[in-house]
Design a protein around this ligand. Structure first.
Ligand code: LAC
Ligand code: ZN
Length: 453
């Protein structure tokens, strides 16, 4: 029997065969699986509105997704709802070199956005690890970070305007291409990071920057994680803001090297990947200062990338860290706790102690310059005894981050995976405010139900 939506949309938009639905029951988050009642692949905003209106009339839950690279289960259907996949709405609509903006549909791949900007001599800085696959709409829904957050911020900092379909199917444009715009409450900012729970983003106007004139990438090698963490704190305390200060521990390094084979050292405890960009003179100064600081903190060696191509190879290998680690054990549980940068070394030590205490294997990498760690628990979800230890370790990691004034998620969102921990961070009054907002935007509760709250 064909799905009722099939009669409202052009042919080929609705999937209902179990074999077609299977991939849409998961996203990039391990251990979380759901079942989509049907998948709709709209090709225009009018088709999205048709779908959402039908969901509103029939009270059907709708889970919006892009490529499904999310790491908090935000795109996993929980209530046997409809999955609305925006992957076919993937056009770059305009690059405006007079205003330094780019307009794209929500399903555009992040890398294509960056490439379209670069083709015009411009720069879209947010670069989530998954950028070769992830969609810009997914990045906006999760307010994704990336490797350049330290200097350039996160997705939110580059969103100027959003086209949104509300829960009743009505359409709105939030924001403008103006550098300054304070008209009304900050609805655009509320939608960024709202994980598909308040409205459906169908297109966005993004802010671009001029391409930095120069870049330099350095690798500092350490015999201990502490020294690497202290180096990050010392660089920031020296008032240097490089674009990237990424960390990889020995486990992660081994996996990344086995995967990318670019000659990363595998006999050290920790590596910092440091990149500075901007005016050539400033880049030379900052690179020299970072090298000095790393050596003063006990770096065994500091290597400078020979040229831009090598710098890109190093960053690309780093972006593969999650996939590379996933090859070690059947289940890879990756967290993104974040602490104020001055507490970084304490958090690193806490994670190490927790791994020992609960006898779980944890590889750690992450955006140390942002205080954002990816402690990655390598385990096997079929082993119930091991999974009990894993969950105890996760509880301890979140508690440690909160005790240091940190957050349970710096860039992957709450979704399903972090939902049980959110009240610990926000407290009852802020949670109640979130519930009131949800009620106001989605009174019937059809938009990504069961997520965040
Ligand atoms: C990264 C993702 C996992 O940093 O956030 O690669
Ligand atoms: Zn990350």
């Amino acid at each position: 029997m064909s799905h009722p939506l099939a009669t409202l949309l052009p042919a080929g938009r609705v999937l209902t065969a179990p074999i077609d639905l299977a991939p849409y029951g998961v996203d990039g988050t391990p251990t979380l699986r759901g079942t989509a009642a049907a998948v709709v692949l709209p090709e225009s905003v009018d088709e999205v509105r048709t779908v959402v209106r039908w969901c509103q009339e029939t009270g059907t839950p709708v889970v919006t997704r892009g490529s499904g690279t999310g790491l908090s289960g935000g795109a996993v259907p929980v209530a046997a709802g409809l999955v609305l996949c925006l992957a076919r709405m993937d056009r770059i609509l305009a690059v405006d070199t007079a205003n330094l903006t780019l307009r794209a549909e929500a399903g555009a791949i992040t890398q294509q956005v960056a490439d379209a900007a670069a083709a015009a001599g411009l720069f879209y800085p947010p670069d989530p690890g998954s950028m070769k696959i992830s969609t810009i709409g997914g990045n906006i829904a999760e307010n994704s970070g990336g490797l350049r957050g330290l200097k350039y911020g996160v997705t939110r900092d580059y969103v100027m305007a959003l086209q949104v379909v509300w829960a009743d199917g009505e359409l709105a444009e939030l924001g403008t291409a103006c550098v300054k715009d304070v008209a009304g409450f900050g609805l655009k900012d509320l939608l960024i990071g709202s994980e598909g729970c308040l409205g459906i983003v169908t297109a966005a106007t993004l802010k671009l920057l001029p391409q930095p004139a120069a870049r330099r990438t350095l690798l500092a090698l350490f015999d201990g994680m502490d020294a690497a963490a202290e180096t990050v704190s010392a660089i920031i305390a020296a008032k240097i803001i490089p674009c990237t200060l990424e960390f990889l521990d020995r486990t992660t390094l081994g996996c990344v090297e086995a995967y990318a084979r670019i000659g990363l050292p595998t006999d050290v405890e920790a590596v910092l990947l440091m990149e500075t960009d901007g005016h050539p003179a400033a880049v030379a100064d900052e690179a020299a200062a970072m090298e000095r600081i790393a050596r003063a903190q006990g770096a065994r060696a500091v290597q400078v990338a020979a040229d831009a191509a090598e710098g890109i190879r190093l960053a690309t290998a780093r972006r593969a860290a999650f996939s590379a680690l996933a090859r070690l054990r059947p289940t890879t549980i990756l967290e993104d706790v974040t602490v104020p940068r001055s507490r970084l070394a304490e958090m690193v030590r806490a994670v190490q102690a927790i791994a020992v205490q609960h006898s779980v294997q944890i590889g750690t990498f992450g955006h140390f310059g942002d205080g954002n760690l990816h402690p990655t628990i390598l385990c096997d979800e079929r082993d119930t005894a091991e999974m009990r230890r894993v969950h105890a370790a996760m509880d301890a990691i979140f508690a440690a981050a909160l005790a240091l004034g940190g957050t349970i998620t710096g860039e992957h969102g709450v979704g399903l995976a972090k939902k049980p921990y959110l009240p610990q961070q926000l407290g009852p009054s802020a949670m109640a405010a979130l519930h009131r907002l949800k009620q106001a935007f989605d009174p019937k509760g059809i938009l990504n139900p069961g997520k965040v709250l």
